[in-house]
Design a protein around this ligand. Structure first.
Ligand code: APR
Length: 249
């Protein structure tokens, strides 16, 4: 593994443009379960009944039974060393942007300055009827939270069946098709269109580095350097390896 980390650090250091793609696995060590690992969210809540925009529109009270659990965990979650490590790479000028599928805001809280929220952000909620928008911390403990017009509010996150925000889609495609290195952290690569980003980067000739506790569908397909293990440990090792290459070290 030491050699793989050294190789990954060199790829990042000598790359003229590096981006990251992150998934739920990067936040597991912050106390937020992922979706598809054993015990993950979709093992306990059927995504058809709780994760689609149709389910929310037909039965928002039911979907809020799941959202209440997630909101409780999000409110308590803090960035872990994987989030702060990516923030450090951005501070060193070695990571141009982080495209995240996560809605937990932990990259920003972990010091990242350039974050593309591919699936939105749970810190704000909107009314589908009168379009008023609220910050999650300005709402009381009422579940489900309601708009002043009386309707139930929806978190500003992308449910299955909803489009990816057009700006996020375009910016991510532009970055993926021009990067020289892509660092993938904690995603199963199961969900489209986010899972087209690694392939787009690969086609553009980028070196693909993947951090995950286990191999994924991406590992045998696009990944050049696979770092198997926990994101917080491996990103910490990767950043310190990059720092030893830095000239003033
Ligand atoms: N360190 C590194 N990787 C981890 C860790 C960890 N500590 N814990 C879990 N993982 C890995 C798992 O092995 C898995 O491959 O993170 C990945 C999480 O995969 P998913 O649960 O499928 O989450 P994600 O890829 O982000 O899902 C994409 O699906 O349901 C939708 O909108 C939801 O954004 C989500 C999208």
């Amino acid at each position: 593994m030491k050699n793989a980390i050294k190789k990954a650090a060199q790829a990042i250091f000598y790359s003229t443009k590096t981006i990251a793609l992150t998934g739920a696995g990067i936040s597991v060590e912050s106390g937020i379960p992922d979706f598809r690992s054993p015990g993950g969210l979709w093992e306990r809540y059927n995504p058809i009944e709780y994760g689609t925009i149709g389910a929310f529109q037909t039965n928002p009270e039911k979907v809020w039974q799941m959202l209440q659990e997630v909101s409780y965990l999000l409110a308590r979650a803090r960035p872990n060393p994987a989030h702060t490590g990516l923030g450090k790479l951005q501070e060193l000028g070695l990571l141009q942007a982080i495209i995240t599928q996560n809605v937990d805001n932990l990259h920003r809280e972990g010091g990242a300055t350039s974050v593309i929220e591919y699936h939105g952000n749970a810190k704000t909620l909107s009314c589908l009827w009168c379009e008023q928008r609220y910050n999650s911390d300005e709402l009381g403990a009422q579940i489900p939270p309601r708009c002043s017009c009386g309707k139930i509010l929806k978190p500003d996150v992308v449910f299955f069946g909803e489009p990816i925000p057009i700006r996020a889609l375009q910016e991510s495609y532009e970055l993926a098709s021009s990067c020289r290195a892509l660092l993938i952290v904690g995603t199963s690569g199961e969900v489209t269109p986010a899972n087209t980003i690694p392939e787009t980067a690969k086609r553009a000739g980028a070196t693909i580095i993947e951090v995950n506790v286990e191999p994924t569908i991406l590992t045998g397909y696009v990944t050049d350097i696979f770092l198997q293990g926990k994101a917080s440990e491996l990103i910490t090792e990767l950043v310190s390896e990059v720092e030893t290459i830095m000239p003033n070290n």
